[in-house]
Ligand binder design. Structure first.
Ligand code: 4AD
Ligand code: MG
Length: 478
């Protein structure tokens, strides 16, 4: 018997009175007798019963919160409340001590702010264990969803010369010796030289490269890190976030919306199926948090109910113009107006407007389409009205925008004209334009912000808590 069994499997075991090896980190050690041991396979700890009378006192002293141990013992039915089985220890070995005076995680509730400061250790708490297991399930489910439909997972580059969104929010990549950089005539550093003589940046989106793949493979998706140099300190933005970007040949906007809705519903249902315990735990955590709020601001639904509701209802689909008409007539409540009132057609919606539509007006996920062309990217297909494009944004309760996408402009002339109008250099994107020169076809795609999805499914309130190592202004240590 040399095989270690994970705690999740032990707790679900049909068999008892068998010898097992269990390894993990001590959460608590009570009365010199009961160890609560966790190995990250589940939020539930297994109880290890220590025969303290026959155990070396020096060893007992080393059984502290945070220590890593290996236990050989008998899996037996538990007499205690709260667990079906426990392990009667025969041998305990301390693999790694943890000085209780210095270990930052105590067996008590720590605030999320405190845990963000010790992000290297927060994996060891119940909340973060649950979040990262859910994150893993969602990520696997995304791959399964696309692979079941014959999509090809295409790896698009991280270092690129294009700023796909044309929004100028890209981080520069440089291999320059900054102590002795090349300079242009007026003495400024010549960043055009930064990538072996070329200007490059970290990708903001894999879409344009994804479109190249779709023009041959039909259906592709990317799933990788993307980077935005916007200096926004919000609960919804990261400087480095993961994005899923499918791109489909021969799809129009309706096909695109259908796919996005099916994807979201599938991955949420997979999380409910495979992480029921974790979601129940997170649901209770959220309920506790809600209790701190004034009655009228509390959510009417629990997390689990919210997720189920999302699965059971069609997303509301309407145009930007229809949404603006609704917003013009509305205010968040009788006393309060929007901070930025919606006055005219053509401006971008603020997150308060998006959340109003989703949370107060329709009370379900909403897909807005056909935005004014001037607030959207150059590659979106232009409508015949000359004013709007075949864009879609999916808005989720508590989140706001979770997906942004569109049908693409496949007509070369229209695309070039739009690039000229928006000052996008055509010569730099010659390779992209080639797809419109040779065998262009209608196609569409979207980008799903992975962390925003994880936020929704875990009910967490801050995007920094759903990615293992958050990158935001001034935060890159670990
Ligand atoms: O709306 P965005 O900027 O769209 C694109 O990048 C398109 N090229 C996607 C495509 O059509 N293939 O970003 C897509 C999604 C947003 O809806 C949001 O969920 C997420 O990415 N997102 C962010 N998530 C975290 N932090 C940020 N700074 C984000 N910026 C966008
Ligand atoms: Mg967007």
């Amino acid at each position: 018997m040399s095989q270690r069994t994970k705690i999740k499997a032990l707790l679900e075991s049909e068999q008892t009175n068998i010898e097992v090896i269990v390894k993990g980190w001590i959460r608590t050690f009570r009365n010199n007798q009961f160890i609560a041991l966790n190995d990250g396979s589940t939020n539930n700890n297994i109880q290890i019963v220590v025969d303290f009378e026959n155990t070396d006192p020096a060893l007992l002293k080393r059984l502290t919160t945070g220590a890593a141990i290996s236990v050989v013992g008998q899996l037996v039915a538990s007499l205690g409340k709260g667990q079906k089985v426990e392990v009667k220890a025969k041998e305990i070995e301390v693999l790694g001590d943890s000085d209780p005076e210095k270990y930052p995680l105590q067996p008590k509730k720590h605030s999320l702010e405190f845990l963000r400061e010790i992000a290297h250790l927060r994996f060891r708490t119940n909340t973060f264990g649950a979040i990262f297991r859910v994150r893993n399930t969602l990520s696997y489910a995304i791959h399964r969803f696309f692979n079941d439909r014959g999509f090809v997972y295409l790896h698009t580059p991280i270092i690129t010369a294009s700023d796909a969104e044309g929004a100028g929010e890209a981080f520069k990549v440089t291999n320059l010796d900054m102590a002795n950089p090349p300079r242009v005539e007026n003495g400024d550093v010549d960043y055009k030289q930064d990538f072996f003589g070329r200007a490059t940046n970290l990708t903001v989106s894999g879409q344009l490269e994804g479109e190249l793949g779709a023009m041959a493979l039909s259906d592709i998706y990317t799933f990788g890190p993307t980077f935005r140099a916007e200096n926004s300190n919000t609960t919804r933005h990261l400087a480095e976030f993961w994005m899923i970007e499918p791109e489909m040949a021969f799809y129009d906007l309706v096909d695109n919306m259908d796919l996005a809705e099916a994807l979201l519903k599938y991955v949420i249902s997979e999380a409910l199926k495979h992480n029921a315990d974790d979601i129940e735990f997170l649901s209770q955590r959220l309920a506790e948090e809600e209790k701190q709020k004034p009655q009228n601001e509390r959510s009417e639904m629990s997390l689990t109910e919210k997720l189920q509701f999302c699965l059971d209802n069609d997303f509301e689909r309407l145009t930007y113009t229809e949404a603006v008409d609704i917003l013009k007539e509305s205010a968040p409540n009788k006393k309060k107006k929007f901070q930025y009132p919606v006055e005219g057609w053509g401006t971008d919606l603020q997150s308060e407007h998006e959340r109003y539509l989703v949370e107060k007006h329709f009370k379900k996920p909403v897909i807005l389409t056909d935005y004014p062309k001037d607030i959207k990217a150059f590659y979106m297909r232009q409508n015949d009205d000359g004013k709007t494009v075949r864009a879609m944004d999916i808005l989720f309760p508590g989140i706001g925008e979770i997906v942004g996408g569109s049908q693409r402009e496949e007509r070369l002339e229209k695309l070039e004209q739009r690039m000229d109008e928006m000052g996008i250099p055509k010569e730099e994107l010659w390779w992209y334009l080639d797809t419109r020169r040779f065998g262009a076809c209608p196609h569409a795609g979207f980008g799903l912000g992975f962390e925003r999805l994880v936020l929704f499914v875990t009910g967490m309130g801050n995007i920094r808590d759903v990615i293992p190592f958050p990158r935001f202004p001034k935060n890159a240590e670990f």
